[in-house]
Design a protein around this ligand. Structure first.
Ligand SMILES: Nc1ncnc2c1ncn2[C@@H]1O[C@H](COP(=O)(O)O)[C@@H](OP(=O)(O)O)[C@H]1O
Ligand SMILES: [Mg+2]
Ligand SMILES: [Mg+2]
Ligand SMILES: [Mg+2]
Length: 398
């Protein structure tokens, strides 16, 4: 016989919402409690037995193929002369191409009838007369990438197919059903400089992140701090992935055996290294420096682009990630959903500056208090205190 356990808190909170009167008989309360117990148990069983293995395999394949496309474009971009480097079109080609590849792969691998994708790019500019040449280049690149995987055979996509694949990313997401969330190139500025960038893909189910995949083509497999750029194994890039309740894993982008990763267990903030955006326009470096000073952090900040920061933190390269955008900026869900789950499943904590969890259920934007802070459970109380003090000082100096 199966035995069910349900916390008394669940029953208490359920009974609180029921209309109990003076006339409610003890035996009816008893049967009510039994029926609630069974209902709650059914829910628990369903939630814990939910597996996203099939979606995870599809997401890893999609992100790895998109990474292959981006690597090719970045290589050509870095070899180009100065004049064509200032031309923004290679970046555009890679952004759109990556989005098209991920969309096509997910729809080929999974049930396309219920497919919903919330993604950064749309095809508006490509449908204009001046976008025609760029669209041709994207189509060629997407077809080359897809046929490099033998399972997709030789059925090239038309321009219309590519446009439709990009536009499937127009979903508005929300609190019900399943939605994929994609940033086809996160860290565009890093991509252009030849630095870090990521293909970030997450799955939301009923508003919660349940899968997170980060392909980081320029992130070394060993720690950011200790890696040896001469070692060819260091050049293959990393793939992080997490499924809710199953931990976070990392493998090389060329498919090495995955290893389970965990955030640092450091409890002394003085020894912590902290990450922030490379771009000062994306995060207030002065504010993070004031927070780090309060915590006694000795090392200088590690500034890298994209959600590669979440990946690096999930394996303990650093202990803290601070992100404080300038006033008025609204964060988008594709800039954080995948990174959030990669860190959370590796034992870390991600919250806004007031300690609230991130809420991915409200559509394309995240509504936040001030900024995003990430660290392990031991350091979070001290970090929250330092953040609060620094924000108060900043407010009183205005
Ligand atoms: N003024 C701003 N403040 C904060 N974030 C910004 C910003 N302008 C752009 N961004 C976001 O910062 C992301 C890059 O983050 P990071 O600084 O960690 O590399 C960008 O993602 P894209 O490169 O996908 O557009 C973009 O969404
Ligand atoms: Mg982004
Ligand atoms: Mg992007
Ligand atoms: Mg962008």
């Amino acid at each position: 016989m199966a035995t069910f356990t349900v916390s008394s808190g669940t029953i208490n909170s359920l009974t609180r919402t029921l209309p109990l009167t003076k006339n409610t008989k003890p035996h009816s309360l008893f049967s009510l409690s039994i029926s609630l117990t069974l209902k709650a148990s059914k829910f628990t069983l369903r939630a814990s037995s939910m597996s996203y293995d099939k979606q995870l395999a599809a997401a890893k394949k999609a992100a790895s193929l998109a990474a292959r496309l981006c690597q090719k474009v970045q290589k050509a971009l870095l070899q180009a002369d100065v004049q064509s480097k200032s031309d923004k079109s290679p970046v555009t080609v890679a952004d759109y191409g990556s989005q098209a590849v991920v969309s096509v792969v997910l729809q080929k691998e999974l049930d396309s009838a219920s497919f919903s994708l919330v993604a950064e790019e749309d095809s508006g500019d490509l449908r204009k007369e001046e976008g025609k040449e760029t669209l041709q280049r994207i189509m060629k690149l997407v077809n080359e990438t897809l046929t490099s995987d033998e399972t997709y055979g030789n059925a090239p996509l038309s321009e219309e197919d590519v446009l439709a694949a990009i536009d499937s990313g127009r979903s508005v997401g929300g609190p019900s059903g399943q939605h994929w969330v994609l940033d086809p190139i996160d860290g565009t500025k890093g991509f252009v400089r030849g630095d870090q960038y990521a293909i970030a893909l997450a799955l939301l189910d009923e508003g919660k992140a349940v899968l997170g995949v980060l392909a980081c083509p320029n992130l070394p497999l060993s720690s950011v701090a200790s890696h040896n750029p001469q070692d060819p194994q260091e050049k293959v890039g990393c793939l992080f992935y997490a499924q809710v309740g199953s931990g976070t894993y990392m493998q090389s982008l060329d498919g090495s055996t995955p290893i389970k990763v965990h955030v640092t267990d450091l409890d002394n903030p003085e020894e912590a290294a902290f990450f922030e955006s490379f771009e000062a326009a994306h995060s207030l470096h002065d504010l993070s420096s004031s927070i780090a000073k309060k915590l006694g952090v000795r090392a200088p900040p590690v500034r890298i682009d994209s959600q590669a920061k979440y990946g690096a933190l999930s394996r303990g390269d650093g202990a803290i990630y601070l992100r404080f955008p300038h006033k008025g900026y609204r964060e988008k869900i594709w800039d954080h959903a995948a990174g959030y789950l990669v860190v959370a499943e590796a034992g870390g904590v991600v919250s806004d500056a007031a300690g609230n969890p991130l809420d991915f259920s409200r559509g394309r934007y995240l509504d936040l208090h001030e900024g995003i802070i990430v660290t392990n459970q031991k350091l979070m109380p001290a970090l929250l205190k330092a953040v609060k003090e620094s924000l108060n000082e900043k407010a009183s100096s205005l």
